[in-house]
Write a protein that binds this ligand. Structure first.
Ligand SMILES: Cc1cc2nc3c(=O)[nH]c(=O)nc-3n(C[C@H](O)[C@H](O)[C@H](O)COP(=O)(O)OP(=O)(O)OC[C@H]3O[C@@H](n4cnc5c(N)ncnc54)[C@H](O)[C@@H]3O)c2cc1C
Length: 385
């Protein structure tokens, strides 16, 4: 069964569709055959992102002067959509987020120094917020950056950092001032051969096996003062908060892609597998489940498309983005679970894509702001009147 293309939307013009085809062809040829090897080794080598960047797929939304194509954010979201469809993990989503902090708040020197290399793939970025003692409660960050002449000296630890092992540039959330949000700043580190910086364990995860997730430690790391994002201390929390609508979309878009893929895989499987003298797809329960999941696929895609359109128009409010994050990722987990069930024991086998989709999906409800935090933020706005 081919899902009807109900998800066509005004923001998808012919140029974007041509770009999407180009990305898809590249991923089918260069990523799909190599992903299993990357899953086994636990990371995607940094060099892989070089041709990806050179083709204009890493940061198409940057202006040409920074190495991009001057395209709209829709192009980046299309790349994320296609990556999710081939089951590639979210490494470039965090790369993008890090680049956008530099783009939006960096000094002209900082933009010139890092953005072209981030766009070309010469540099791969990570964003290091979470610490062993604080995740959701970001204001409690303890990694300390103390000014010493024209350098900051950084001490502390981070955990769960995507690209922590492969990145050579990190945007690190540090405490430059007193407790609370006003004492937080963003500091850029070029991590290759950086004394005092070390990558600890590459963490073993339930899913997302091709993505490296690492512990990091900072022991007297000296970082030039000129690497403070925006050049003014205490802006970090506000800088982090003002990117949130776009960052939430970076999670909702792959949710839509994974749901569609799960439904397509399950439609195919249930038609071919026989039980009790008929195909699984002939059982009424299967038909109802498929209908429910296909309906969710359409509703999620419609919601995501609407959010993308509003993001492009500059009218996407934070609460709609929080809704998209929590609701789409919940549906992703629900649909992958329902679909896996229809595969029976095969659905539990790692070699079956549906098993990977199920395991890979789970983290979507946790990272990028746990879903409970999203709901709390929505409720806060509602109750504020
Ligand atoms: C695979 C993976 C990749 C990651 N990549 C990155 C990365 O690149 N950079 C980075 O900085 N971090 C990253 N993270 C960390 C991630 O953002 C955090 O795990 C997440 O923010 C939750 O923080 P925590 O794990 O400390 O959980 P906690 O903050 O301890 O929360 C645990 C649970 O408590 C509940 N809870 C917490 N606060 C509230 C509240 N106010 N109201 C109601 N319920 C609440 C929620 O259910 C929540 O899931 C990654 C995590 C994973 C698993």
């Amino acid at each position: 069964m081919q899902l009807p293309r109900l998800h066509q939307h005004p923001w998808m013009d012919e140029q974007i569709e041509a770009f999407r085809d180009q990305v898809r062809r590249y991923l089918d040829a260069e990523f799909a055959p190599r992903l299993e090897g990357w899953r086994k080794q636990g990371y995607i080598p940094r060099e892989v992102w070089r041709p990806f960047g050179e083709l204009g797929f890493l940061l198409p939304e940057l202006d040409e002067e920074w190495g991009g194509a001057g395209a709209s954010l829709a192009y980046q979201l299309v790349v994320q959509d296609e990556l999710a469809k081939v089951e590639a993990p979210a490494n470039t989503a965090v790369h993008t987020i890090a680049a956008h902090y530099i783009l939006d708040y960096g000094t002209p020197e900082q933009k010139a120094r890092w953005l072209p290399k981030l766009a070309s793939g010469e540099m791969l970025a990570g964003i290091a917020m979470t610490e062993p003692g604080c995740g959701s409660d970001l204001k409690a960050v303890r990694t300390r950056a103390r000014l010493d002449g024209d350098h900051y000296v950084v001490d502390g630890a981070k955990t769960f950092i995507t690209n922590g092992f492969t990145a050579n540039l990190l945007v690190v959330v540090v405490r430059t001032g007193d407790a609370g949000a006003k004492g937080i700043s963003l500091l850029v580190m070029e991590t290759e051969n950086l004394p005092g910086f070390s990558v600890g364990r590459r963490l073993e995860k339930l899913g997302q096996h091709a993505s490296d997730t690492a512990e990091l430690s900072f022991d007297g790391v000296r970082v030039p003062r000129s690497h403070l994002v925006g050049g003014v201390e205490g802006q970090g929390f506000a800088q982090l908060m003002s990117q949130l609508t776009y960052e939430r979309l970076l999670l909702a878009v792959p949710a839509a892609a994974v749901i569609e893929r799960a439904v397509a895989l399950t439609v195919e499987y249930t038609q071919s597998r026989k039980a009790f003298g008929q195909s699984l797809a002939d059982f009424q329960n299967t038909r109802f489940k498929l209908a429910e999941c296909a309906t969710l696929a359409h509703v999620v895609r419609s919601f995501v498309n609407d959010c993308i359109q509003r993001q492009l128009d500059g009218t996407l409010d934070a609460e709609a983005a929080y809704m998209a994050k929590w609701w789409c990722t919940e549906q992703q987990c629900r649909v992958t679970d329902e679909c896996l069930q229809l595969f029976g024991g095969y659905g539990y086998m790692a070699e079956y894509p549906i098993a990977r989709l199920y395991a890979d999906s789970r983290v979507q409800k946790i990272y990028g702001g746990a879903n409970e935090i999203m709901k709390d933020l929505i409720a806060r706005k509602l109750l504020a009147g």
